[in-house]
Write a protein that binds this ligand. Sequence first.
Ligand SMILES: [Fe+2]
Length: 198
Amino acid sequence: MILPTVNEVRALHERYAPSQEVLDLVLTHCEIVCDLAAQLVARTALPIDGDLVRVGALLHDIGVYRLYDQDGRLDHRNYIRHGVLGYEILREEGFPEPLRRFCSCHTGVGLTRHDIREQKLDIPEADYVAGTVEEQLVMYADKFHSKTTPPTFLTADSFAARMERFGADKVQAFGVLRAQFGEPDLTSARARYGHALI
Ligand SMILES: [Fe+2]
C-alpha cells in the first residue's frame, strides 16, 4: 500500500477544514495523537508498521470537519458520526480501506452493533472495532488527548473513569490496551502544546 506523505495529509486537512481555527484544533489533535502513538510504537515489542500508524493517526479525525455548519458551529449531538464521516471522505478521495478504517474504528475503545442498538446511535449498524495492531494503537493513543475547549491531555486513569458509564466491558477493553501498549509519557507533549492534564 502506498501511504500518503505527511504533507499530503496536511493538505487534505486544509481542504476539509471549515476555518483556520477548526484546522488548528483538529490537526493539532491529530499531530499529538501521532506523536503519542509513535512513542508507543518505539516501545512495543509487537510487530507493527510505524509509518502506517503515523498516517492513520494523522487521518483519524478528518471526519470531524463535516460536523461543522456554515457558522462554524460543531454539531455535538452527531459527534458519534465523525468516524464514519471520515471513512466516507477517505473513500471519496480514493484512499484504500485500511486507511479509511482508522477513521471508522477509533471511537471509544470500539463500537459494536450491540452498542449502536443499545445506545440508539445514529450510524449504520455494524461493528466498528479496531482489528489490526496499528488500528488498535491509534485508537488507544487518541484516548490521551481531547479536543475540548480548551483541549486537554488525559491520564489513563481519567480515561478509564470516563469509560465507566459505558459499562465494565469498555473499562476492561481499555485495560487490555493499557496493558498491551503501556502509557505514553505526556510530559514533552504537554510542554510543547501547553494543554492541561486532567
Ligand atoms: Fe481523535
